[in-house]
Design a protein around this ligand. Sequence first.
Ligand SMILES: [Zn+2]
Length: 333
Amino acid sequence: MNRESPIPSPESPSRAAVVYSPHYRIDIGRHVLLTEKFQLVHARLLTTGVITPADVVEPEAASWEQLALVHTPDYLAKMRDGTMTDEDVAQLELPWSFGMVEGFRLMAGGTVAAALVACEKVRSTKYEGRRASDFVPRTSDFRVVCHIGGGFHHAFPNHGEGFCVFNDVAIASRVLQTRGVERIAIVDLDVHHGNGTAFVFESDPSVFTFSMHQQHNYPMWKPRGSLDVGLNDGIHDAAYLRELERALPLVLAHRPQCVFYLAGADAYEDDQLGGLRLTKDGLRQRDRMVLDAVRGAGVPLIVTLAGGYARRVDDTVAIHAATIEEALRRPAE
Ligand SMILES: [Zn+2]
């Protein structure tokens, strides 16, 4: 593994556009979450020429101190020591192993690295020694960094659930806050509500949490986020995109200094865990809409993959790869 720091210094800004590690492939036995999807997306982006090896940064695992910015000491001790109860394992829906925990810690580190790379320019030129009110976004501050991983939005401070061990986007948001970023927005378009993320930031108005999801689907309990749009079962592209178009200005009205995007592939019509009817083309339009909105706001964007459980793994891989292709496409093209 590349052990060099993924955090470039302001003097030598990184050109990296993608964060990924082959160690994201974790042995969790037979599971609807196919951890080989990360490797397959990475390989597809290379073979189609969307990225080159030089575009990719390998992350380090998030430190336990970084994890503790969101998670409780008791929960972290359980994960570290393998002292989960049967109920904990049932709720997480993943078997405990040292390798599993390390794999998710590495993916949390991936989102942290993506966030720091995306925000480095803004951080060095704007945040240090300045107040948030001094911040005036310019289109030139738009920068997108894609994490081929991440988006584990069901992880709460004191427990994991729904295949989510550590809430990487919440952790990365807290890391950015420690570096002076004052307003963050999270656009969560996974088909499932971002319950853990909403809970983490429930009483933190500086982080705007937007979730658009299938209302009658997991999780049963949906803590209130800043903006929740619960969609009816079986909604198609046009109605979905209309809702998104209406919501995005409300998100950007928060004047975020950077945006996280959870580009879940599980709103796809042939997903095993989703009940919406979006086509691949509709999902690509969804991605474009988010990208255009954030580009228009002129702030950095961090893309994470989140869920994706299509009957054919090829479909999941194609949808995730299309998200990154759109994200890295220059606007003039
Ligand atoms: Zn999901």
